[in-house]
Design a protein around this ligand. Sequence first.
Ligand code: SER
Length: 321
Amino acid sequence: MPRILVIGAGGQIGSELTYKLRELYGPENVVASDIGYHNTHIVNSGIFEIVDAQDYDSIKTCIDKHEIDTIYLMAAMLSATGEKYPMKAWDLNINSIFHVLNLAKDGFIKQIFWPSSIAVFGPTTPALNTPQHTIAEPTTVYGITKQVGERWCEYYHDKYGVDVRSLRYPGIISWKTMPGGGTTDYAVEIYHKAVLNKHYECFLSENTQLPMMFMEDAINATVKIMQAESNTVKIRSSYNLAALSFTPKDISEAIQKHIPEFKITYKPDFRQNIANSWPKSIDDSSARTDWNWSHNYDLDKMTEEMITQLRNKYKDSTTTN
Ligand code: SER
C-alpha cells in the first residue's frame, strides 16, 4: 500500500481525490492536508494536517510523521486569481513543485502526482485538437507557472530518476466542492444557478469553446496514470487529457433539457481574454495509447448527474436548516 499525502486536499479536485484514494488504499494510508481548516468535511473525515505547500520543512515534517512515500500536490493558484496576484501565483505554484521534486530527488518520497493544465497553451497554439507536442506560449501567469513546472518535472525525471507523473487537466466540473479562481469555473457555477435561480449570467461569451471534463473522469485518469507501470508513462512533462469540448451556449441547451425555464445571459469580463488564449479541443491520443485512458461522461450524461446531485444537495440543506 502506498502511504499518501494530498497537499491542497481542501480544494475542488484535492477533496474528491482524497475521498477516492481513501476508498482505494484505506483511510489510514491517506493523509489530507491544506493551509487551513476551510473544508470542514475534509478536516473531519480522516487524518488531516496543516501543511504549507510553500514551506519545505512543513511538508518534510508531515512526511516524516506519517511515513509518506507518495505526494499528490494539488495546491495551486488558478488562472483568474493568478492575474490579480502574479507574484503570489508564481511563488505558490513554483515553490511547491520544487519542494516536492527535491524531496523525491533526495530519496524521501518515491512518487509524485502534479497537475498541469490546458493553460500551458497560448494564442499561437493550434486551437483545434491541440497536439501533445506543439507551440506553447502561455500568456497567463498560471499558464507560465504550469509550463515551467512541466519542464522541471521532465528534468528531474531525466536527470535524477524522479517518478513524477502529470496531466494537463481541462476545466473540471463537479458538485461536491466549488472551484476557486479559474476561468472554466463558469461551467460549475451555471449548474448551481440553474438549480437554484433558473438564471445564470455568464462571464464568457456564448460561443467560447473550451476543453472540459467531469470530475469522476478526472479522478479516474489521475488514479490510472499513478497506477500505470512506470515504463508506460513515456511523457514526464505532462499528458494532454480530453473528454468534452463545449461553449456556454451548448451547456445551457443541455441544462434546458432538464430545466426548460433556465435562461442564460452573457456579460464577458477579463476572463474572456484568458479563455480566448486557450485551446478549444485537445488531442489526447498519447494518454489513450500509452496507459489506456478513456473517458465516460459526455455533456448530457454529466448534465443529468450534476442536476440530480445538486437538487439533492440543496433539498437536504433546506430541510436540515
Ligand atoms: N480550470 C483552470 C482555470 O480555469 C484551467 O486549468 O484556471
